[in-house]
Ligand binder design. Structure first.
Ligand code: FAD
Ligand code: NAP
Ligand code: SF4
Length: 690
């Protein structure tokens, strides 16, 4: 008997059946644009179909090249392109899966000087002002959607998803924010929804009844002059009548300044609005956003919030998610931690997507090529020193390939710096990665030695073929007068050792850890709480209130007071950096704004262009050269505690006197710019190369 009976109930659409309630949501990966991209995409989707997912939705495919961004132009509009897509549909069907192609027209979000939209209004996140479509132009775009759906059917897809959400082209027709037209495509709601309804009607007429049409409808625009929920309900009913089989509920336009999928968003934070929509829908409703475990998905279905659960990033993290859940092996799932570091951040940097916790994601063909399983004759006896992300990744990957691996850590638990990171409010998902690795250690037979500080002499004596040094980093200290005073702390003193911190605090260094320390100090973190048990995440009620989301659903775009809620804080914090640029400019592309906004809304003061001079009874003495004038000014920041978050140095002490062949990985290799993404990837790739 499955632990998730609702999740594993089939869904009957009349002409076809879905084997469970799990949808792999649409996500662009950059594969289609890569060399041999469609072969790679076929392997990527095929692996997820093999992993048991009920229905896959592809990343967005353009109805024509102008409707996409310059770096993302894969369209489906010729028979040659159809043949590429066949590779994908064949791979999925071979594994017993079903797949729909998402038709995405980016409208004014297209990073493309030729972009088009209902009205010539540039998006705040794009440099391009779109061209306003003529009446004939609108009809042409509708026709492009219909043609793309027809090609999708010929290419073997089981259906299409029409992307009508997230502030893209179709959504732009619906909202007064972006539709200022006065012809039959603008003005009244009836006119504004004419385009989405025509698209669905046209597709249905063309593809017949035995083809899935999912329509993704924005529930909460979360922008000023967005659609009110009363209009969303009317549009939903019309789309249903036009021939859609399923409604997928979308949350937030891309330009919204409210987080919707980042790790700090509580799990299933938006299913309440899908529930309000479902109450009046007659066709199945999908919900999504920050649902990353089968338990959470089952809870959402049990509450009756939706009929199906869409997860996208969780399938980058673990293609076997569904099979593991159905076989009661949920503790083996590699959980998506919502960090965006290797998926969305990569795409915004013009790179292919992958996954921080699963560096083989989108590299399935390469992974298969390296998959040698060693027997007794070729297996190596390997010692791994350090059970942080780098060491854990190497050890479990190497052991799963047949090597005999002993993993040592001086600490009483695995995880290295993740044990510190997991304590930051909003980073509770790191507990899941540690649970995953603990289970992998058991499954792969890694021999784990905790509370064991190792030295090079021991390693020389023990008969290992190879030693992997994953010993991590040491925090950088600050070389200024007064740095040895008791009120000068490192981030480890604060986060790991829980040393007392005053009410006015200067944080030196505004990298990821400086921001995290600020976040930690803003909240009342119960120092006596056991760090072995994950704390509760912020409640959905507190989250929506703190970001000004209108739970009553009466405001346009469901946004209260422009979404700018000022929050109180127990401490006065100063976040400092030497660079003259924006504080936090190096944070993740898709999450940095959230961290900055969170601290600013709590009144944290950010200062740049600083030189740190000394520390004494008065506080921290500074020289500020960021001011517009050429002269620099000296001042003293009267603070009672100074926390140093000025980066790290590699810990390489074990290399001295080591006579066994060794490799340095993670922070022990290079500390500058290190993050868990690099640590885990380096560990996995080294294991694959041995
Ligand atoms: P570590 O995690 O430092 O592990 C090294 C291990 O080696 C330790 O467990 C140590 O006990 C052990 N060790 C050292 N010497 C010996 C010895 N002689 N014998 C036995 N054991 C030894 N990264 C991200 O990508 N995203 C984030 O959001 C993020 N947030 C962070 C938040 C905070 C507050 C902190 C501190 C870090 C964060 N990081 C984040 C960084 C990330 O945790 C590190 O990049 C990662 O942990 C580095 O992994 P590692 O395996 O190289 O080293
Ligand atoms: P970091 O990002 O390199 O930041 C260190 C900061 O300290 C820099 O902003 C630097 O800014 C300052 N600094 C460096 N040397 C200094 C010196 N000698 N004196 C004074 N200031 C100095 O490193 P980190 O914050 O320690 O984070 C470590 C790694 O963990 C990072 O690579 C990061 O990616 C990762 N991490 C990621 C996240 C995340 O959310 N993605 C969160 C936490 C950590 P100035 O030189 O301008 O002062
Ligand atoms: Fe999830 Fe982070 Fe992997 Fe993206 S990179 S899929 S957010 S764990």
């Amino acid at each position: 008997m499955s632990s998730y009976p609702l999740l594993f109930q089939p869904l009957d659409l009349g002409f076809t059946q879905l084997k469970n309630r799990v949808i792999m949501g649409s996500m662009h990966t950059g594969l289609e644009e890569a060399e041999k991209g469609f072969e790679r995409a076929a392997a990527y989707y095929g692996a997820r179909a093999r992993g048991g997912v009920g229905l896959i939705v592809t990343g967005g495919i353009m109805p024509n090249p102008e409707s996409g961004s310059l770096h993302m132009t894969h369209s489906l509009e010729t028979p040659e392109m159809e043949a590429n897509h066949r590779l994908i549909t064949d791979a999925v069907h071979k594994e017993g899966g079903k797949i729909c192609m998402q038709i995405l027209h980016e409208g004014r979000y297209a990073f493309n000087p030729k972009c088009v939209a209902p009205s010539p209004i540039a998006a705040p996140i794009s440099p391009y002002t779109p061209e306003e479509l003529t009446h004939e132009g609108v009809l042409g775009e509708i026709n492009n959607f219909i043609k793309a759906a027809a090609f999708a059917k010929r290419a073997g897809y089981d259906g299409v998803e029409v992307m009508g959400s997230e502030g893209y082209f179709i959504n732009e027709f619906l909202a007064p924010r972006t539709n200022h037209r006065t012809d039959q495509w603008g003005g009244s709601l009836e006119n504004r929804m004419r385009l989405p309804v025509s698209v669905v009607e046209g597709i249905r007429e063309n593809v017949g009844e035995d083809f899935i049409i999912i329509y993704r409808l924005s529930m909460l625009d979360l922008v000023e002059d967005g659609s009110p929920f009363s209009e969303v309900l009317v549009v939903g009913a019309a789309i249903e009548k036009a021939g859609a089989n399923i409604i997928n509920t979308g949350i937030g336009w891309h330009e919204a300044r409210i987080p919707t999928i980042a790790t700090s968003v509580p799990r299933s934070a938006f299913t309440w609005v899908s529930a309000k929509f479902k109450a009046q829908a007659n066709i199945p409703v999908i919900t999504s956003n920050r649902i990353n475990s089968p338990e959470e998905a089952e809870r959402v279905l049990k509450r009756g919030d939706a009929d199906m659960i869409s997860m996208a990033r969780p399938f980058l993290a673990d293609p076997e998610f569904v099979n593991k859940a159905s076989e009661n092996r949920a503790d083996e799932i590699n959980t998506c931690i919502g960090c965006n570091q290797a998926c969305l951040d990569h795409l915004f940097e013009g790179k292919e997507a992958s996954c921080l916790v699963n560096p083989w994601a989108c590299r399935e063909t390469e992974h298969i090529k390296t998959l040698t399983i060693h027997d007794a004759s070729s297996a190596l006896k390997i010692a791994v020193i350090g059970a942080g992300p780098a060491g854990l990744s190497f050890a479990t990957e190497a052991a799963s390939r047949g090597h005999k691996v002993s993993l040592f850590d001086a600490a009483d638990k695995i995880g290295g710096q993740f044990n510190i990171a997991k304590q930051i409010p909003g980073k509770e998902e790191f507990y899941e990665t540690l649970r995953y690795y603990n289970r992998q250690i058991e499954l792969t037979g890694v021999e784990l030695h905790l509370n064991t500080r190792v030295d090079s002499e021991q390693l020389n004596q023990a008969g290992f073929d190879h030693v992997v040094l994953a010993t991590g980093v040491v925090p950088r200290t600050l070389n200024i007068a007064g740095n040895d005073r008791p009120n000068v702390l490192s981030y480890l003193d604060v986060l790991r050792d829980k040393k007392p911190v005053g009410k006015r605090v200067a944080i030196i260094g505004a990298g990821g850890i400086g921001f995290d320390v600020a976040e930690y100090l803003l909240h009342d973190n119960n120092a006596s709480r056991s760090v072995d048990v994950a704390p509760e995440q912020q409640s959905v009620e507190d989250f929506t209130a703190s970001w000004g989301i209108d739970r009553e659903l009466v405001q346009p775009g469901s946004l209260m007071g422009k979404g700018k809620v000022q929050l109180s804080a127990d401490r006065e914090l100063f976040l400092l950096q030497r660079k003259v640029g924006k504080v936090g400019a190096d944070l993740g592309k898709t999450t940095g704004w959230i961290h900055r906004s969170e601290l600013l809304r709590h009144g944290v003061k950010m200062m740049n262009g600083l030189e740190y001079l000394s520390i004494d009874d008065e506080g921290l003495h500074l020289r500020n050269s960021a001011a517009d004038s050429e002269a620099s000014t000296d001042s003293v920041l009267a603070v009672d505690t100074i926390v140093i978050c000025a980066g790290q140095e590699p810990l390489q002490e074990l290399t001295e006197g080591l006579s066994v062949p060794y490799t340095l990985i993670g922070g022990a290799n290079i500390a500058a710019g290190l993050d868990a993404k690099r640590a885990i990837k380096q560990g996995a790739e080294l294991a694959a190369s041995l």
